[in-house]
Design a protein around this ligand. Structure first.
Ligand SMILES: Nc1ncnc2c1ncn2[C@@H]1O[C@H](COP(=O)(O)OP(=O)(O)OP(=O)(O)O)[C@@H](O)[C@H]1O
Ligand SMILES: [Mg+2]
Length: 282
C-alpha cells in the first residue's frame, strides 16, 4: 500500500461538519483529595467552538490537558476524533496529537529561537520534509497571521499580541483540525485582543478548524461567538456579524465546583438570570 500524500492524509482526517470531534462523558479527575472535575460531559462538534468559562482553578486548563492526553481521568471516557484517548498508549496518543494544535496560556514561545524557528521547529527537527517546503509552510502560516515580515526576529522584539499570533501560527503548522486555546487574550489590550479573536474566527470559518477557547475575557468570548469570517469576492477576508446558523455553532460552557454549571449559546448566556452567571458577566 502506498503512503498517502499530505493532502490525502489531511482529507482523510477531515470530519464531516457536525460530527463530534471531542467528547467527554462523565469525566472525573482529582489530584489527591482535591476533586477538580466531578462529572463533566460535553461534545465539541466539527467546525464549531466551545468557550470554557470559570473562575481561576475551576479546571479549564485541566480539560485541555485531558484532551491532549497529558492527564488521564480517574473515571469517565474521552474521545478525540473517534479515538478513546483515556485508554491509548503514549505512542497512539502522538497520532491523535498530530490533529490537535495548542496555543498555551501566555503563548509559550522559545526565547532563544527566532520566529521562524518557533513556528517550524517540529518540522525542522522531526520531519524529513525538504527544507524549502518547511520554509514555505512557515512563511505561509506567518502570512496568515500577518507576521511574515517579522520572520527573522526574536520573540523579545515582538509585542505581546504579535507573540500570541506567532503561537497561533505555530499551532497551525500541521493543519490540525482542532485547536485548543488557553487564555489567548489574557494580558492584551482590547484592540490587540480583537486581532487574536479575529484569527480564531478566521481559522474556524475559513479553514473549518474546530476549537476550544478557554478565557476569562467575556468581551473576547462574545466577539468570537457573535462574529464570523467571510471571504469577499476580491479574496479578502472580512469579519461580520454572525448568521443565526453560525451563532448556534458556538456554545459557552461554565465550569463551577467541578461540574458544568451552564451550557448554551451567547444569547442564552446573556439572557440567564442565574446570579452566578450574572456576577461572572458583570
Ligand atoms: N499537576 C497538578 N497537581 C496537583 N494539582 C493540580 C495540578 N494541576 C492543576 N492542579 C489544580 O487543579 C485545579 C485546576 O487547575 P487548572 O489549571 O485547570 O485551573 P484553571 O481553571 O485553568 O485556572 P486559571 O484560570 O487560573 O488558569 C487547581 O486547583 C490547581 O491547583
Ligand atoms: Mg488555566
Amino acid at each position: 500500500m502506498s503512503t498517502p500524500t499530505p493532502l490525502e492524509d489531511r482529507l482523510s482526517r477531515v470530519k464531516a461538519p457536525g460530527e463530534p470531534v471531542v467528547v467527554f462523558e462523565r469525566v472525573f479527575l482529582a489530584f489527591g483529595d482535591n476533586v477538580i472535575l466531578k462529572d463533566v460531559s460535553f461534545q465539541l462538534l466539527s467546525g464549531s467552538t466551545k468557550i470554557f468559562l470559570g473562575a481561576s482553578g475551576a479546571g479549564k486548563s485541566t480539560i485541555l490537558k485531558l484532551i491532549l492526553g497529558l492527564l488521564k481521568p480517574q473515571a469517565g471516557k474521552i474521545w478525540v476524533n473517534g479515538a478513546r484517548t483515556d485508554q491509548l498508549s503514549e505512542r497512539d496518543l502522538m497520532k491523535v496529537r498530530d490533529d490537535l494544535g495548542m496555543v498555551f496560556q501566555e503563548g509559550a514561545l522559545f526565547d532563544s529561537l527566532t520566529v521562524r524557528e518557533n513556528v517550524g521547529y517540529k518540522l525542522y527537527e522531526e520531519s524529513d520534509t525538504p527544507l524549502e517546503e518547511v520554509h514555505a509552510r512557515v512563511r505561509e502560516v506567518l502570512g496568515w497571521v500577518e507576521l511574515d515580515e517579522h520572520i527573522d526576529k526574536m520573540p523579545s522584539q515582538l509585542s505581546g499580541g504579535q507573540r500570541r499570533r506567532v503561537a497561533i501560527a505555530r499551532a497551525m503548522t500541521f493543519s490540525p483540525r482542532i485547536i485548543l486555546y488557553d487564555e489567548p487574550t489574557t494580558g492584551l489590550d482590547p484592540i490587540t485582543s480583537i486581532t487574536i479573536d479575529d484569527e480564531i474566527i478566521k481559522l474556524r470559518d475559513i479553514e473549518g478548524v474546530s476549537s476550544i477557547v478557554v478565557t476569562h475575557q467575556l468581551r473576547d468570548a462574545f466577539w468570537v461567538a457573535e462574529k464570523m469570517a467571510v471571504r469577499r469576492q476580491d479574496g479578502q477576508v472580512e469579519i461580520v456579524p454572525a448568521s443565526p446558523e453560525k451563532l448556534a455553532q458556538t456554545q459557552f460552557v461554565m465550569l463551577r465546583d467541578g461540574d458544568v454549571a451552564f451550557e448554551g449559546t451567547a444569547s442564552d448566556l446573556r439572557a440567564s438570570t442565574d446570579p452566578y452567571l450574572q456576577l461572572f458577566q458583570s
